[in-house]
Design a binder for this molecule. Structure first.
Ligand SMILES: NC(=O)c1ccc[n+]([C@@H]2O[C@H](COP(=O)([O-])OP(=O)(O)OC[C@H]3O[C@@H](n4cnc5c(N)ncnc54)[C@H](O)[C@@H]3O)[C@@H](O)[C@H]2O)c1
Length: 321
């Protein structure tokens, strides 16, 4: 079952962090065409420069995929067969614009459900989030863990998944949902509220003290972005993924304080770490996931954390030199 090779493939949010890495990885599968739709809310055209150089048939639309007629016109006009839906308004924005974040994200999934129902999309891969679970009630967190999101971003991701499953029960859709845990890697968004890894690396490179939010005891299950997109592509090729929700994670937890120290060690920084109150008190406290379902479908040997962090540090060093 190959939904990518020789096909017309769409990536929503393809100018973003994970989306642009997915575009890079999809090129290796030789699709006929890759169509990226991104409204550049956070995405950047330069994130796709590398892909454009490697693949002639990359088409880019700066459009809002949450507007149904816009999306429908592009889907039909470009004869899209397979969709990877990664567009999102992210968690930090939900603290500032909770309603808009929820509405945008739910409309994205709703639009694709409708297009699938109408037979205007052949295969749909939806990107969920570990934020749909909220903080861990048991570990390791399997896909059966309750959905108890702590933000409207998390609620939007949980709602998208429930919506897709309901449409499937009604209309028998060809889809799967992958639920990534915290991703890190090259091109991660690095503005205010950036992830701890790019923020720490950039502060040290600028000669500033690294910052730890809160007591540093909160945990996350970090995964290198290239492992995520590789898993998603291989899941797409495997019929066992169909109609499933699948955690994509390393299946290890690490305290944020310890992670900051690993980055400091990797960069040879021996100075002080500034501890400040967590600016997002409703952030989840603990994420430690099960990847048993993922490993029951594909071989999965994620990159070791220290090695991947080293690669990312080198990338940031190259960028600033
Ligand atoms: N980064 C992580 O650690 C992480 C963890 C779990 C899940 N996810 C999920 O992965 C996916 C990608 O996240 P990311 O970290 O790459 O974020 P990102 O912000 O870098 O990428 C999202 C992209 O979607 C675009 N976008 C937003 N609304 C849009 C719209 N209405 N129409 C068109 N484009 C729109 C943005 O411009 C951006 O380029 C999201 O679905 C997110 O929920 C990310």
């Amino acid at each position: 079952m190959n939904e990518i090779t020789g096909k017309n493939v769409m990536v929503t949010g393809g100018a973003g962090f994970i989306g642009s890495h997915l575009v890079d990885r999809l090129i290796q599968e030789h699709p006929n065409k890759i169509v990226v739709i991104d409204n550049l809310f956070l995405g950047k055209l330069q994130n796709l420069e590398h892909s454009k150089a490697n693949f002639d048939n990359l088409v880019f639309y700066i459009r809002d995929a949450s507007v149904f007629p816009v999306l429908e016109e592009i889907m039909i006009g470009e004869e899209i067969e397979t969709v990877f839906d990664l567009a999102t308004i992210p968690l930090p924005t939900s603290y500032l614009q909770p309603r808009w974040t929820y509405e945008n994200n739910i409309r994205l999934a709703l639009n694709f459900c409708e297009l699938l129902r109408q037979g205007k999309c052949g295969f749909y891969v939806h990107c969920s989030s570990s934020e749909a679970y909220g903080t861990a009630q048991f570990v390791p967190m399997t896909e059966d863990h309750p959905l108890n999101p702590t933000t409207t971003y998390g609620a939007s991701k949980a709602s998208q998944d429930i919506l897709i499953q309901a449409f499937d029960r009604m209309y028998d859709l060809n889809f799967f949902i992958f639920r990534p845990f915290n991703n890190f890697g090259e091109r991660q968004n690095d503005q205010a509220y950036a992830g701890v890894i790019p923020m720490t690396i950039k502060r040290i490179l600028k000669g500033e003290k690294p910052v730890q939010h809160g007591d540093g005891r909160q945990t996350r299950d970090f995964i290198y972005v290239k492992d995520t997109v590789d898993a998603v592509v291989r899941l797409s090729r495997n019929p066992q993924s169909r109609k499933q929700i699948i955690n994509v994670c390393r299946g290890r937890e690490i305290e944020i304080g310890k992670l900051v120290r690993i980055i400091c060690d990797g960069m040879g920084y021996n100075g002080e770490i500034e501890v400040i109150p967590n600016p997002r008190p409703k952030d989840v406290k603990r994420h430690f996931a099960s990847n048993e379902r993922l490993k029951s479908i594909i071989d999965f040997n994620p990159t070791d954390l220290e090695t991947a962090i080293g690669t990312v540090i080198d990338w940031y060093r190259g960028k600033t030199s």
